[in-house]
Design a protein. Structure first.
Ligand code: GRF
Length: 266
């Protein structure tokens, strides 16, 4: 019998990608088993999908944590194991560009939420964590708890655009408004930036004159449901490696980027 990887998922909404992954595990397109589904949103419809398949779920209510902090900042303190200096040196994405009260709120509330996420996840050992429409940025505090070996990152995300174009929350909308003639989706490993990690796979679709944002989203989602399981299966087969590539540009400048190499099937 083939060895199955243990997959955990974080979601915020409808969970159609989650469903595609669960179905692919059940039909053995993925050599894996979904071991938990967590959400920041108690109303996430995807939680019901997990229930229907007998998969354990939990919620860490980010909105409550943020509200609680704003009401009463002294009631909530940074997690004991957080090294703030280390976090600030690694965090390459913040919604705020200056050190400010907002930054303090962001760091405190996110790391507190992440400590709770990590605690809830600890009940379910896993090999891979997939973000399937999880609408919260993860800080290095959380990422470093999961990624211990730089050559084998373990957190994947799906993004509704052909990265590096259109990172952020509305990939299909941004693609449409820009007037692109091709759109698509990307599965990538998470790094410390926003939608900036090494790319594992991408699929593209044509955008026609009569397309609308809704029709683009439909075309994109259909591709997402194929792409995410395919990328997860590559991980399950042990075929993904991240490697540092450096290239010399014309004027001699060297650029370096961590990329994913897909190894041939054994
Ligand atoms: C997808 O478009 C995904 O790319 C983005 O959020 C959406 C989630 O959809 N990150 P669903 O919850 O999987 O249906």
């Amino acid at each position: 019998m083939k060895k199955k990887i243990r997959i955990g998922a974080l979601i915020s909404g409808g969970g159609t990608n989650l469903q595609a992954i669960i179905d692919s595990c059940e039909s053995e397109k993925i050599d894996g088993k979904m071991v938990f589904v967590g959400s920041d949103n108690p109303q996430a419809q995807g939680l019901e999908r997990a229930d229907r398949h007998g998969i354990p779920t939990f919620v860490v209510n980010y909105t409550e944590i943020i509200k609680g902090f704003k009401r009463n900042p002294e009631n909530i303190t940074l997690p004991d194991d957080l090294n703030l200096e280390d976090l600030l040196s690694k965090q390459s994405f913040f919604p705020f560009d200056i050190v400010s009260e907002k930054l303090n709120t962001f760091i405190t509330t996110r790391t507190v939420a992440e400590a709770r996420l990590f605690e809830a996840m600890s009940a379910y050992p896993f090999d891979l964590l997939v973000l399937a429409g999880f609408m919260r940025n993860l800080t290095p505090y959380f990422i470093d708890k999961i990624n211990k070996d730089p050559e084998h990152p373990r957190i994947m995300n799906i993004h509704p655009a052909l990265l590096p174009a259109f990172p952020g929350v509305d990939g299909y909308g941004d693609t449409y408004r820009y007037g692109c003639k091709v759109g698509g989706c990307t599965v990538h490993f998470i790094d410390y930036g926003e939608d900036s990690g090494p790319i594992i796979g991408q699929k593209a679709f044509q955008i026609k004159e009569d397309d609308t944002i809704d029709s683009i989203k439909k075309k994109g989602l259909i591709l997402e449901w194929e792409l995410y399981p395919e990328c997860i299966q590559l991980f399950a087969q042990g075929r993904l490696r991240t490697v540092k590539m450096s290239h010399k540009l014309i004027k001699g400048k060297e650029v370096e980027r961590t990329v994913v190499k897909i190894l041939p099937q054994a």
